[in-house]
Design a protein around this ligand. Structure first.
Ligand code: NAD
Length: 289
């Protein structure tokens, strides 16, 4: 293997430590404890694990974390009422509604109801718009985590050709926007399920971000020698977690690569803490505390 392994665990740990330091400084100077309220609807085991990991990370960083757990039978109106109560609660700085929501609940309607100043996932249309305009409030955690990894690893993006596979609102689209924005200055190609001959686009990529959710989709011989490969995919295959990139052959040709697990995954939670701290600092300031 020739590629440098980008250690997401280590970069995430550093990011979480910075959030912990910031939370302590906020608490010492204002008495405000950064507080993330998580909402989990239904019994999806993967969602329960994600929420638990987020709460543990909060508590380890000295944040307050509360969980609002609702049964799968919860109606849309009831969930909306909870979101509105959390919006109105000045003790809560960040609101996280774990996705996916059960069928019958309009996800956009619920996410749009979160106060943009508490939308620490960065999914609210107002925050998406601000990001697109290059004056972000909260960046979506996974693509923001990728940008942080590139920066900490000293990987230059300016003038590079970045290829992003996937165009979801949560990962692909914001990832492409962040890579193309002023300051990052990459030239970006977005590939998706209707793209023909994806391999040909990948072979032209200086930076390749795979975020489609198909195990080992990206072949080793699609990697341009010396390219940087960022694997966002998390796929459970049997009892193993696998990325969207065929790791070993890709690592033979890439200059740097993220593993799965231990790559982008830990960064997502770390950036959630960073966003929650930022929300707490802003709200503490606006209350004159
Ligand atoms: P999604 O299903 O919402 O979107 C997948 C995207 O991939 C779509 O835009 C689709 O056009 C594209 N796609 C699907 N099949 C394709 C194909 N054959 N060729 C090219 N493009 C194709 O998924 P998502 O929420 O964006 O997540 C993508 C992956 O990233 C999943 O494995 C998910 O588990 C993982 N993920 C990881 C993190 C993390 O913290 N590391 C966070 C979010 C998502």
């Amino acid at each position: 293997m020739t590629a440098t392994v980008i250690d997401g665990k280590q970069i995430a740990q550093q990011t979480r430590a910075e959030a912990a330091t910031g939370a302590l400084a906020l608490r010492t100077s204002t008495g405000v404890i950064a507080h993330l309220a998580a909402v989990l609807v239904g019994e999806d085991p993967a969602s329960a694990v994600y929420v638990r990991n987020k709460r543990v990370a909060c508590e380890n960083a000295g944040f307050k974390s509360t969980l609002h757990r609702l049964p799968a039978s919860t109606g849309q109106a009831e969930l909306l009422t909870l979101v509105q109560a959390l919006n109105a609660d000045s003790d809560v700085h960040g609101i996280l509604v774990q996705l996916p929501l059960p069928k019958g609940i309009d996800t956009s309607l619920i996410l749009d109801a979160i106060l943009p100043s508490k939308d620490v996932d960065g999914f609210h249309p107002e925050n998406v718009g601000l990001m697109q305009q290059g004056r972000p409030r909260f960046l979506p955690c996974t693509p923001a985590g990728v940008m942080r990894m590139l920066e900490v690893s000293g990987i230059e993006t300016a003038g590079k050709h970045a290829v992003v596979i996937g165009r979801s609102d949560i990962v692909g689209k914001p990832m492409a926007a962040l890579l193309a924005q002023k300051g990052a200055d990459a030239t970006v190609t977005i590939c998706h399920s209707r793209t023909r001959d994806i391999g040909a686009f990948c072979r032209e990529a200086d930076i390749l971000v795979a975020a489609l959710g198909i195990p080992r989709f990206v072949q080793g011989d699609w990697i341009k020698p010396g390219a940087v490969v960022i694997d966002v995919g998390i796929n459970r295959v049997g009892d193993k977690l696998m990325g969207d990139v065929d790791y070993l052959p890709a690592a033979e040709v890439a200059s740097a690569i993220t593993p799965v697990p231990g790559g982008v995954g830990p960064m997502t939670i770390a950036m959630l803490l960073a966003n929650t701290l930022q929300a707490a600092i802003k709200l503490a300031g606006s209350h004159g505390r």
